[in-house]
Ligand binder design. Structure first.
Ligand code: PLP
Length: 412
């Protein structure tokens, strides 16, 4: 049978990240820095066991084994909204006309948003290196992801380049900006509050909706918290998306959106089509976790655990000569983005790394254009153990020495 797939299916590409993850799961003796996963020790098993037992014994099964509202469990929606106002410092009175939609992860949040805002041929502006899942999602609807160059020293998209793009859009093809302003994936960068304000002013001037993807936002390990772009949103332009994947567990598939009610109504219709509602049992679990246990304490524990791992990784990376490798030091999140010097041959570097059974994510995989970042790679510091971080960075150091094209001698 010769299948005739839809254009939409043909537009979708195999996710190199997922392929890599599958390969890594089969690796038993290697060191993987390519995951965007939490480590097993980050799962609060005891609390989850107690909660599960409590729910099966005490909660009416109609409220977690039955179909439910597509918007999500009302109690969880309220708890998330309150939490956003108290912990993320969003000004409550600005959001009277806004509400929460529970989604099946941030992945679905983006999927629903593109579904309701983009026609084929429409454009979505993105950071030029970004989460490949979002890029794939945009393409799957026939929309076009358009990379905006980064101003790395500002840790922000280049606001001049952005405005030039917006100004040139005389046919109104740009429907959305997709941004990861805090602990960006793969760069680890965070926009300053001032730049977020400026970016919001541009979105408002040109009337473009912003999707603020914030799955890592709570994982701050040092420095000062920046305000969300959503904080400035007095015109209902920002769709803020959070997730429990990185602060509880990705397997539960629960995320959420805070947005204007008019957008939310359309998203609910799209959600009904997509999967009718997100995992109801886990919605109850999270609501009970927040009511009965110290969820904020759990997040603090994660921050402490990941800070230790980040500190070790940066200490090890600092042992490498900056003439070979530089990196952007993040203040939180999951990733560090490294840049090899041009005196390194990337193919020899990856060959050697393969031999040492160490995996990283090559820069081009996370580039919207798919080229231009041959010398970049992303490493994850949350999933590997401290021992793996230490050994793995030594292997990276060795691979850099091996791949030095001018034969320079670097101390190891
Ligand atoms: C920037 C970004 N957005 C969204 C996701 C997907 O999150 P979720 O598991 O909530 O679907 C990821 C996952 O790695 C991510 O890095």
């Amino acid at each position: 049978m010769e299948y005739s797939f839809s254009k939409r299916a043909l537009n979708m590409q195999r996710s190199p990240l997922r392929e890599n993850a599958k390969k890594n799961l089969q690796l038993t003796d290697g060191i993987s820095f390519s995951y965007g996963y939490p480590p097993t020790e980050a799962f609060p098993m005891q609390t989850l066991r107690k909660l599960s037992d409590y729910i099966y014994r005490n909660v009416n099964p109609e409220s977690y084994l039955q179909y439910g509202p597509a918007e999500g469990l009302p109690e969880l929606r309220d708890l998330i909204k309150k939490r956003l106002f108290s912990h993320l410092n969003l000004p409550e009175n600005r959001f009277d006309n806004e509400n929460i939609l529970i989604t099946s992860g941030a992945t679905q949040a983006m999927d629903l948003v593109v579904r309701i805002l983009c026609n084929e041929g429409d454009q979505v502006l993105c950071e030029e290196q970004t989460f490949s899942g979002a890029v794939n999602n945009i393409r799957s609807y026939g929309a076009v992801p358009v990379p905006i160059p980064m101003n790395i020293s500002e840790q922000c998209v280049d606001l001049h380049a952005l405005e030039k793009r917006l100004m040139a859009d005389v046919h109104h093809k740009i429907k959305l900006m997709y941004l990861i302003p805090t602990f960006q994936n793969p760069l680890g960068t965070s926009m300053s509050t001032e730049n977020r304000h400026k970016l919001y002013a541009l979105a408002k001037k040109y009337q473009i909706v912003v999707f603020e993807d914030d799955p890592y936002g709570e994982l701050l390990y040092s420095g000062q918290e920046q305000k969300k772009i959503k904080y400035f949103d007095d015109a209902g332009l920002v769709i803020y998306s959070g997730s429990f994947s990185k602060v509880l567990a990705p397997g539960i598939r629960i995320g959420y959106i805070l947005t204007n009610n008019e957008i939310l109504d359309k998203l609910v219709l799209a959600k009904q089509v997509a999967d009718s509602l997100s995992n109801y049992y886990w919605q109850v679990m999270i609501a009970e976790y927040m009511k009965q246990y110290d969820f904020e304490g759990h997040v603090k524990q994660l921050q402490a655990l990941y800070k230790t791992k980040l500190d070790l990784m940066t200490k090890k990376l600092d042992e490498i000569d900056p003439a070979q490798l530089t990196y952007i030091k993040p203040h939180g999140g999951y990733f560090i983005c490294c840049q090899m010097n041009q005196s390194i041959d990337p193919s020899r570097f990856y060959e050697q790394l393969n031999q040492s059974k160490v995996s990283v994510i090559p820069g081009n995989i996370m580039s919207v254009a798919g080229v231009g970042y041959e010398y970049d790679f992303r490493v994850n510091f949350t999933k590997p153990s401290l021992e793996e971080i230490s050994k793995g960075i030594d292997y990276i150091h060795e691979a850099l020495n091996h791949a030095s094209v001018r034969g320079e001698q670097f101390s190891s």
